[in-house]
Design a protein around this ligand. Structure first.
Ligand code: SF4
Length: 329
């Protein structure tokens, strides 16, 4: 590992000021991804700015929503009684991620900023990777693609985003609050991560020195009727092949409103807006759910090794929505 300096900024302003002055600096949360990347020489920061002492609180807003500090640990958020009762999709997504030990270390901000687990991205000595070394090529294309994207990929990168939590946040229409040299910003989570296009090395809308300070989730009756389901190669400590976060609001057997987000299929949490649009105002039924899923996945462009994800995603969407609709479906 390359030597680096370690700094604990006193507050967010100092943290972003130090980061803005040094493009070799990185914010350090729980370190559960960044330290791995440093061990593999994928990331070689000259300075680590430890932000785990900043914003580690969970506030319940006046309307019953959540304002979650970026340094809150994943396990703390998953176990919070208000989260479990009013936002079950978030609690379940968090609990499906990694292992108990990692969840105890990982922070909310770090979870959002974690990088792809594409094996070629980590193979510094042996693989070409446009994300790690722009313009060098992508050895995943034509390689082992079981864990790669079927939606929103490009000819430059087919990596997926590994977070479970972010898929739940996408279904909940969460907002990411940031602070940086240009002031404070609020970015919808579904606009926070970027598809690869021609520049897979640019993964988020964050600007130099900008720090995630909190995540806000509005209260909604729908969020209480929500679910997260993750399909993976083993029952623990594995990334999603496909995951589905969904929330539904039923009225007299009809779908008054619905939110669906997919994980394991794209470089960002994939909001299934087309499926949602088809389902609003319709009677709940297994056929209707499959039709909506079919429409959403029509845009998929699989490779040989991940073609199975299309059928898997359709069936998982239909199963989760069926469970949420209950007797109405
Ligand atoms: Fe790199 Fe993306 Fe290709 Fe993986 S899929 S090797 S991260 S460019």
């Amino acid at each position: 590992m390359k030597p680096f300096t370690y700094v604990r900024p006193a507050d967010g302003a100092e943290a972003s000021s130090l980061a803005a002055k040094n493009n070799q600096a990185r914010f350090l949360g729980g370190g559960t991804n960044l330290v791995d990347l440093m061990r593999q020489n994928v990331e070689t920061p000259a300075e680590l700015l430890d932000v785990t002492g900043l914003r580690a609180n969970i506030e319940i807003t006046a309307s019953g929503g959540l304002l979650v500090g970026s340094a809150v640990r994943n396990s703390t958020l998953a176990a919070h009684p208000h989260v479990r009762q009013h936002f079950p999709v978030l609690s379940r997504a968090l609990l499906s991620g990694a292992s108990a030990q990692i969840r105890n270390m990982a922070t909310v901000g770090g979870n959002i900023m974690q990088r792809t687990r594409c094996a070629y991205f980590y193979d510094v000595a042996g693989a070409r990777c446009n994300k790690r070394n722009p313009g060098s090529g992508c050895d995943a294309i034509g390689g082992f693609t079981r864990y790669h994207a079927v939606l929103g990929a490009s000819g430059h990168c087919i990596a997926t985003h590994p977070s479970d939590m972010c898929v739940a946040l996408a279904a909940l229409d969460a907002t990411v609050h940031t602070a940086g040299p240009d002031g404070k910003r609020s970015v919808p989570i579904i606009e926070f991560h970027l598809l690869p296009g021609e520049h897979p090395e640019v993964e988020t809308v964050l600007r130099p020195g900008e720090l995630i300070t909190a995540v806000e989730i509005s209260a909604s009756a729908m969020a209480a009727r929500s679910e997260y389901r993750k399909v993976r190669d083993r029952s623990s400590y594995a990334f999603a092949l496909v995951s589905v976060a969904a929330a539904i609001n039923m009225a007299q057997g009809q779908i008054a409103d619905v939110r669906i987000a997919l994980g394991g299929v794209a470089a960002k949490p994939w909001r299934a807006a087309r499926a949602e649009e088809i389902l609003r105002g319709k009677k709940a039924s297994k056929e209707q759910f499959l039709d909506a899923a079919e429409s959403e996945l029509a845009a998929a462009r699989p490779l040989e090794g991940n073609r199975f994800k299309i059928g898997l995603a359709k069936r998982t969407i239909a199963a989760v929505l069926g469970d949420l609709a209950g007797d109405a479906a």
